[in-house]
Design a protein around this ligand. Structure first.
Ligand code: GUN
Length: 297
């Protein structure tokens, strides 16, 4: 069997186009421009690239983008003051604090100072707490995990009753993805660096989400025929045949696993483009909720 390739680039482009049209309608009908504020602390080159891409996409979709860049030595009080000011600013509908923060900062304290209704990343402790609990709804769902679920839905993957295995338990991807899969009635196993017999557990998966940051760790003989694979990994590996000297690979050995799986995301072009698309959608949602509030007032 050769797997269906799950085209995240196309799904993300469709979402961005829908957002763009709704942004135009909000401007036309209510004079409101959805705005996203990004907060970057320090000079991590990967974070700088992510933030730039988020700002660029805002512009492409007609949204306002407010970029704040604090020095690596910024104090806890300075970062929290900025986030509180943005929380009070009516032109800002969504706030994204780029992670990781420099080590001297208390991440939870910073994330807790984002207004709940502007927490478009879904990382406020209250939103994560609601995500973890039955019968409670977070204001927003974290972007990459939400993108994973949208891609599973895009190929009609049945989550209810499925054995879902999540590789990785990070706060940003693995853990919230596991919570979302539980919410969709999957039976979820979360694996991590201390897990015994990883290939044996992965082999039981009907749905596999890999988010560990280890190039090509999941091999063809680790997976069950027909598994649906979502590869969140984006790893640079040396490749002297390319102009840059490197190429990007996932956590899954794509060439091997695609021969066994029923559907699989490529890297690049799978989950990657979904993260920003979901962020834009959350920011639009935040602005639309604000319009409804104003209409009620
Ligand atoms: N760092 C890596 N991914 C993310 C993300 O989705 N949101 C934020 N805020 N920081 C990140």
């Amino acid at each position: 069997m050769t797997a269906q390739i799950i085209d995240g680039t196309a799904v993300a482009a469709r979402i961005r186009e829908e957002v763009k049209q709704e942004v135009e309608a909000l401007k036309r009908d209510y004079g409101i421009v959805p705005g996203l504020a990004t907060v970057l602390v320090g000079d991590n080159p990967a974070s700088q690239t992510y933030v730039r891409n988020k700002q660029k996409t805002c512009q492409e979709l007609g949204m306002a983008s407010f970029g704040y860049h604090l020095p690596a030595e910024a104090s806890q009080a300075e970062v929290e003051r900025l986030v509180r000011d943005l929380s009070a600013n009516p032109e800002v509908h969504g706030i994204l604090v780029q992670l990781p923060l420099p080590r001297h900062l208390d991440e939870e304290g910073v994330l807790a100072s984002v207004a709940l209704e502007k927490d478009v990343d879904g990382f406020h402790p209250v939103n994560i707490g609601r995500l973890a609990m039955k019968g409670r709804e977070p204001e927003f769902i974290p972007c990459t995990p939400h993108g994973v679920i949208v891609l599973l839905d895009s190929v009609g993957a049945k989550m209810e009753g499925a054995n879902a295995v999540v590789l990785g338990r990070s706060n940003i991807v693995g853990l919230p993805t596991a919570l979302l899969l539980i919410g969709r009635n999957a039976t979820v196993t979360v694996c991590h660096s201390k897990t015994r017999d990883l290939p044996g557990i992965v082999r039981q998966a009907d749905i596999l989400v890999a988010a560990v940051g280890r190039p090509r760790m999941v091999r063809g003989d680790w997976v069950k025929p027909g598994v649906v694979v979502i590869d969140v990994g984006i790893n640079r590996v040396e490749d002297p045949t390319t102009k840059s000297g490197y190429r990007l690979v996932g956590d899954v050995a794509f060439d091997e696993v695609k021969e066994v799986a029923s559907a699989i995301t490529p890297v690049p072009g799978g989950v990657g483009p979904m993260t920003i698309a979901m962020l834009m959608k959350n920011t639009l949602t935040a602005a639309k909720r604000r319009v409804s509030e104003l209409a009620r007032a």
